[in-house]
Design a protein. Structure first.
Lengths: 351, 281
């Protein structure tokens, strides 16, 4: 339950801001000029703020739609990302947001229409071509949707723009807005999954894997294109056994034809973020496990990463056609220095 | 726990309840302490509050992640004398600078904006509390600790119908003393919060047994420190020196031996966190 809401004075009278405020009548409201006054200062502790994060309602200025790194995508040629929120209601121990942001408060940018206008401008830059927009880098796309109502607005926008494709990346079961709307082919609902024990251990406050699969089935029954995101892959001595069981569980629940795409990516993180994570969680065995610095990232050794990906691809090809499988390989990743916001995502085409 | 008050009457109920004893006979600022709590009396005004907070931090060992709480009386726009308020926004009226102490403690205490003024407030124009120290205290304490652990609690003493000029020392002591339960609740909550950071930091293995036997460059010392930190988490209380061959020729080989020993260990991420064998002195 949100107990504190910061609100930028300039959006205080925005109807959407009022709707959000009305959902939390007991929350204390604190006015501010810019969300950055609360979100950006130094000497904040992400871990402590996760005890009771506040909500910050703000206006997003500047670039709202950004280019995804070269080579990124799930089959499309033009790839972009956007973030109507910063931070996530879940507390996944491996998440790069902990290392990237100083604050764990949730920032909600309520000028949705400006995001859509930016997407329209991006579409106009690629006439007659499909364009992919990825949501869910800096937040979970759906977890706070009952509060934000963003998905409903986005789907309305997408209905009349068949060239605009969106990936909604989530661990949540907040799919009411999707179930209430007719399925459209240009919105892929992508669920992040890890083995049950790994999710229990690292994905604090996130719905259990069984609940996520249940939500996926509901969406599949309604005709929504689905994505599976096995990212990050987390290694320990039981890696193969855990992931084999996960794949069995997933494909016992889901028909492969309901899947738009499946992506894989081993745990990896910019070194600066990783150092911050160690400071926050010095006793976390995951961060003490065998990881290496490579090309500005902390990841498993190249050999181990390739073994993990190879194993998963081999297992997954028994369920999924190869053209729907994508993985993030070390070799591809080393080509450039992609924006940090994108590093959590997999999806660099395998070929 | 580090407490900052402006006046001795504000400090007296705290000194009594926490059984604090004066530290120095002739200090820069009056300083009191017990085993876990330090208290400084700053005097009136934000400059003194800033100086006393820095003094307190230094005198209490400059430890990281310590909770800081500014306690005192304040005026308020509303007639709520005797009520305690935790500041959720602190504004320095003279500069316009504003801070937002993170509100992450779940309690039933009321919150208020707090405006720090240079002279005693008589207008109380905004719906806020008015004091003379918080804007001096907060930025210094924040620099010394983490924002979540730095808070300001004010007991309302005056308002438009009841002037600060009517306050005497006994009344101030009474106002603070009557809110002791709220103050103590916040002190405990802040201590618990700080405990999350402090209690989960494993005590690292000592570098000395290694640097006495091999020559480590600065970079190698960083690597050694990191591998020993990993060892404290993963190696179940084993002495890392036992994994280094006795005839190991160099610092580089020593680090590699430790890293390889960790690589060879079973990795079960669901296992309990290991306790270290030796402690940093």
């Amino acid at each position: 339950m949100i107990q504190t809401i910061y609100i930028e004075r300039q959006v205080a009278d925005h109807p959407r801001a009022r709707e959000v405020l009305a959902r939390f009548p007991a929350a204390q409201r604190i006015d501010c000029d810019r969300y950055t006054e609360i979100f950006n200062p130094k000497n904040q502790n992400f871990r402590l703020q996760k005890q009771q994060p506040a909500l910050i309602i703000a206006h997003k200025f500047g670039k709202r739609v950004l280019s995804a790194p070269e080579g990124y995508g799930i089959g499309g040629q033009h790839n972009y990302y956007f973030s109507h929120m910063l931070n996530c209601i879940y507390d996944c121990r491996y998440c790069f947001l902990q290392g990237m942001y100083r604050s764990a408060h949730y920032v909600l940018f309520i000028n949705y229409d400006d995001f859509f206008a930016s997407m329209d401008r991006t579409l106009a830059n690629h006439p007659s071509e499909d364009v992919w927009f990825f949501s869910g880098y800096d937040c979970d796309s759906l977890a706070l949707d009952p509060v934000t109502g963003f998905a409903t607005h986005l789907l309305t926008f997408l209905e009349s723009r068949q060239r605009a494709f969106v990936e909604l990346r989530t661990k949540s079961t907040q799919i009411r807005a999707l179930l209430a709307a007719p399925a459209i082919p240009n919105a892929v609902v992508a669920f992040s999954l890890t083995p049950t024990e790994t999710a229990d251990r690292f994905e604090h406050k996130a719905p259990p894997i069984a609940k996520r699969l249940q939500a996926m089935r509901q969406l599949a029954d309604k005709g929504w294109p689905l994505g599976l995101r096995f990212d990050p892959l987390i290694f320990d001595d039981a890696f193969e056994e855990r992931y084999r069981r996960l794949f069995e569980e997933v494909f016992a629940a889901l028909a492969p034809q309901s899947l738009h795409s499946v992506t894989l990516g081993a745990f990896r993180m910019p070194q600066r973020f990783f150092r911050n994570l160690i400071r926050l969680y010095p006793s976390e065995p995951l961060f003490a496990s065998p990881l290496q610095g490579r090309s500005g990232l902390v990841s498993y050794s190249k050999t181990r990463e390739e073994e993990m990906i190879r194993f998963c691809l081999k297992e997954l090809t028994t369920y999924v056609p190869p053209e729907r499988l994508f993985s993030c390989s070390a070799d591809t990743r080393q080509h450039g220095n992609p924006p940090v916001q994108t590093l959590q995502a997999a999806g660099v085409p395998k070929r | 726990m580090r407490l900052v008050t402006a006046l001795t009457p504000e400090a007296l109920p705290l000194i009594e309840h926490y059984r604090l004893e004066q530290v120095d006979s002739d200090p820069l600022f009056p300083l009191y302490r017990n085993d876990t709590i330090y208290l400084v009396v700053s005097g009136i005004g934000k400059t003194l509050a800033a100086a006393a907070t820095a003094y307190l931090h230094t005198k209490s060992g400059e430890l990281p992640n310590q909770p800081f709480l500014n306690i005192g009386i304040a005026g308020h726009h509303r007639s709520i004398a005797g009520a305690a308020r935790v500041a959720n926004r602190i504004t320095d009226q003279s500069t316009g600078q504003t801070w937002y102490p993170p509100q992450i403690i779940r309690d039933s205490m009321e919150r208020s904006a707090l405006i720090t003024v240079e002279t005693v407030e008589r207008e109380y124009a905004e719906d806020a509390a008015y004091d003379m120290e918080a804007a001096g205290f907060y930025p210094i304490a924040w620099r010394a600790s983490s924002a979540e652990l730095v808070q300001s609690l004010k007991v309302i003493s005056d308002h438009p119908g009841e002037s600060a000029a009517d306050l005497d020392l006994q009344r101030i002591e009474g106002l603070i003393g009557n809110c002791f339960d709220e103050i103590d609740g916040l002190v405990k909550a802040l201590q618990d919060l700080a405990g999350i950071v402090v209690s989960t930091t494993p005590e690292p293995y000592r570098l000395e047994p290694f640097v006495e036997r091999w020559h480590f460059s600065v970079t190698q010392r960083h690597r050694l420190r990191r591998v020993l930190a990993r060892w404290a988490v993963l190696a179940k209380g084993e002495d890392p020196l036992t994994s280094v061959p006795s005839g190991c020729p160099s610092a580089r080989h020593t680090i590699e031996a430790l890293e390889n020993a960790l690589l060879a260990k079973p990795l079960d991420l669901h296992a309990e966190v290991a306790r270290p064998l030796t402690k940093l002195s």
